[in-house]
Design a protein around this ligand. Structure first.
Ligand code: BGC
Length: 563
């Protein structure tokens, strides 16, 4: 096997129709990535300034969480104007500059689209509040009469994903309490009514607005939520299910069959444009089989593989979820995706060492049970990433995981900002712990995140040792591991489905496979060292932890060839 190649990203990104099938896509959470203005909130010029770091990391594309105009009640997932940049993050010109700078480096750009709900500050919602029940303005959202003698009870028993009721009552023009509106998330996030054609028309316009500017695709927020079952029947969620998934039974607001028509419509809009623009669904569904329905040939191109993200650190379970993913997605002609962290879940450098349940969105704080041991978490995280990046399909990375960042657990209560924290009276910590601004330079104010030293969430003091500059200079760092894994993955085309994958039975605690003719991958999830069962001279190509000869320690993944 040729030694790891220096990758020509520009050439790679030109190479194919369907770049997204094997791409490594890096999620930027703009408010926490890099702040150029000094207000303590990251911004688009901050992204532009750091693109060379991402090029050096070796990613093919970036996905930016929302930076559109928003009152920021849910960190930008409450959009007031879908076709403008919020002044917190810059201007449309800053966006265009960032896009051009990314493209000049061979990095594609995906933006976040939030179609399930808008902000309550969106002009449509403001018009709806000012208009009468039954009006065309109200028909763009889910307004209903309440139950009870005076409409004083919500129209049904649905609960918000963030806790509390999913309905809020409005005050009508006559000053009296009137109709209720549905919000599956915060009360500042009213749900659109997707049975109304004007909503379809508006989102076609929004798609074209960004496509015309040159974006390469969209990550579609709450893609499984747009359609609600007729009659809005009561539903009581399974307390053991993740907050976004529900159980295997039908949930009247998740995964309704009518939603697929929306994405078929959008696929046609994307097809009007050149260059393989792509749609990726954020759809929390109970099975991979169901999620695969989102990526049939005329719907979305990708869907996040949350089953994979939610899989415990257990060899048999990992093997099973990988095999099922490859089977279910290839059955519909789509690549699988892989993801371990994002802005809604506990960072995998902590999650993989948790000894207590942690449903999506609940977060961990100082009083959570089963606190992770940082060294165990980081070691597993590095091993998990090394396994993930060896798999065929597209891999999503979340900013900061390349620095091995753990979840920030000790955030003071008064600094917390996630609506989940407020809506549950502090019962759920929520997602702030995975959203803390990145450390770039150990010896700089706010670790180089912001020139003023400001940071919208406090950064743990011990993050100095995670700073990018420290890690660039350290061969054994997590950053250098990621750079190396991505370079080998690109050189060996591991993301491509045409490079064969063969499973190897190397024991219950080991996930082992071969890619192509010569590259072996073995992840030891057991508690004992594992001796590689091969003959010949083993050459380690990459390793998540130091390897001594052919013995692989616990919680370690190796990539090797036999010379
Ligand atoms: C996003 C969350 C957001 C929610 C509501 C999601 O699933 O990823 O961050 O709070 O949708 O828009």
């Amino acid at each position: 096997m040729a030694s790891p190649l220096v990758v020509d990203h520009a050439a790679r990104s030109e190479q194919g129709s369907e770049w997204w099938r094997s791409a490594v896509i890096y999620q930027i959470y703009p408010r926490s990535f890099s702040d150029s203005s000094g207000d303590g909130i990251g911004d688009l010029p901050g992204v532009t300034e750091r693109l060379d770091d991402l090029r050096r990391l070796g990613v093919d594309a970036i996905w930016l969480s929302p930076f559109m105009r928003s009152p920021q009640k849910d960190a930008g997932y409450d959009v007031a104007d879908y076709c403008d940049v919020d002044p917190l993050f810059g201007t449309l010109a800053d966006f265009d500059d960032m896009l051009a700078a990314a493209h000049a480096r061979g990095i594609r750009v995906i933006v976040d689209l939030v179609p399930n709900h808008s902000s309550d500050q969106h002009v449509w919602f403001q018009e709806a509040l000012a208009a009468a029940p039954g009006s065309a303005e109200r028909a763009r959202y889910m307004f209903r009469e309440g139950k009870g003698a005076h409409g004083e009870l919500p129209p049904n028993n649905w609960e918000s994903v963030f806790g509390g009721p999913a309905w809020t009552r409005v005050i009508e023009a006559d000053g009296r309490p009137g109709q209720w509106y549905l919000h599956l998330f915060d009360s500042s996030q009213p749900d659109f009514d997707w049975s109304n054609p004007v909503v379809w028309e508006e989102f076609r316009r929004v798609l074209r607005f960004w496509l015309d500017r040159g974006v390469d695709g969209f990550r579609v927020d709450v893609a499984h939520g747009l359609m609600k079952e007729d009659g809005l029947p009561d539903y009581t969620p399974d307390p053991d299910a993740g907050s976004m998934g529900g159980d295997a039974a039908s949930v009247p607001y998740w995964g309704q069959p009518e939603v697929h028509a929306v994405y078929r419509d959008w696929r046609k809009v994307l097809a009007e444009y050149d260059g393989d623009r792509a749609l990726c669904a954020e759809a929390w569904l109970p099975t991979i089989e169901k999620t695969a329905l989102w990526v049939r040939h005329d719907e979305m191109h990708q869907a996040f593989n949350f089953e994979y993200l939610e899989t415990e650190w257990d060899a048999a379970k990992l093997r099973a979820v990988i095999q099922e993913s490859l089977r279910a997605y290839s059955a519909v002609g789509a690549p699988s995706t892989w993801v371990l962290s994002n802005h809604d879940v506990v960072r995998h450098a902590s999650r993989l060492a948790l000894t207590a349940e942690n449903p999506q969105g609940h977060g961990i704080g100082p009083h959570s049970p089963g606190q992770p041991i940082p060294e165990v978490g980081l070691r597993r995280a590095r091993a998990a990433t090394a396994l993930m990046l060896a798999l065929p399909g597209s891999a999503y990375l979340y900013q900061g995981e390349e620095l091995g960042l753990p979840e920030a657990i000790d955030i003071p209560d008064e600094a917390r900002q996630d609506p989940t924290w407020f809506r549950t009276d502090g019962e759920r910590y929520g997602r702030d712990g995975c959203r803390v601004p990145l450390p770039w330079v150990a010896d700089a104010p706010a670790f180089g995140f912001s020139p003023s030293g400001a940071s919208w969430l406090p950064q743990p003091a011990e993050w100095a040792s995670h700073a990018r500059d420290v890690q660039e200079a350290d061969d054994a760092s997590t950053l250098r591991l990621y750079q190396h894994l991505l370079a080998v993955r690109a050189g060996e085309r591991l993301g491509e489905e045409s490079v064969a994958l063969e499973w190897l039975d190397w024991g219950v605690d080991v996930v082992a496979l071969r890619r192509g003719e010569r590259l072996f991958v073995a992840a030891n999830l057991g508690t004992e060292p594992f001796a590689l069962p091969v003959e010949g001279s083993v050459r380690i190509v990459a390793s998540s932890a130091p390897v001594d000869g052919v013995s692989v320690e616990s919680d370690t993944t190796v990539w090797f060839v036999i010379d």
